[in-house]
Design a protein around this ligand. Sequence first.
Ligand code: APR
Length: 241
Amino acid sequence: MDKDIEKLQQMIDGSRRIVFFGGAGVSTESGIPDFRSVDGLYHQKFDYPPETILSHSFFISHTAEFFDFYRQKMICLTARPNAAHRKLAELEAAGRLSAVVTQNIDGLHQMAGSKNVLELHGSVHRNYCQKCHKCYSAEEILNSTGIPRCSCGGLIKPDVVLYEEQLDSRTIDESLRYISEADMLIIAGTSLTVYPAASLIRYFRGSYLVLINRDPTPMDNRTSLTIHGKVGEVLGQIIVR
Ligand code: APR
């Protein structure tokens, strides 16, 4: 076990209220590209910039094009949890981890068995009719064509926070509570460049602040431990005692 992993293991062994704060990099080892890495979604070429397509105003003005992109690029139902998702579920089951706070919308933490998952940016698994609020699955949206309509005729909208939209205040409040009460915060697979999500980590007051990220981030030199590596590989080496 290399010295960084050994240090991480000791911190985890000594913590009882761990919170995990993750981003798209947690799912790349499950085959879902992230956004800002060189091979990420935002470096791929489309008729419009992806950040434009994934905005509220584009959803309203170019609804059909939005759903073409959303079906192709945002719903990845063949992806399965990787070692990072599984280890976090194990830590929660052992009573050591109190919450996963994620910017991801893929539902892989829940698929791995995590129960307390706070989805800051929503989920592709919840799609609501704007008229009657009936909920539709990701599969139903994936199998639809053109603009998906509810049986009542209403427009179906993914429960995903688009640019220009507000995050759910209850999810933010709960995330802040867990982070402020945590004795250890593990941040992983995120460039920490999108707000307000990235600001939540400022509420951490505990002993161990750990960052596991492939590329450098603005937080690299402000942690108890920074590991530049793959979060699945790193957490896969941790023993839950
Ligand atoms: N292990 C660790 N880190 C990884 C891995 C991995 N296997 N794969 C990628 N990374 C790192 C990259 O180095 C990068 O710094 O994960 C980070 C992913 O950063 P982004 O692509 O910016 O994703 P994220 O931080 O989640 O973006 C936040 O931006 O577009 C919005 O709503 C979208 O939730 C997203 C938000």
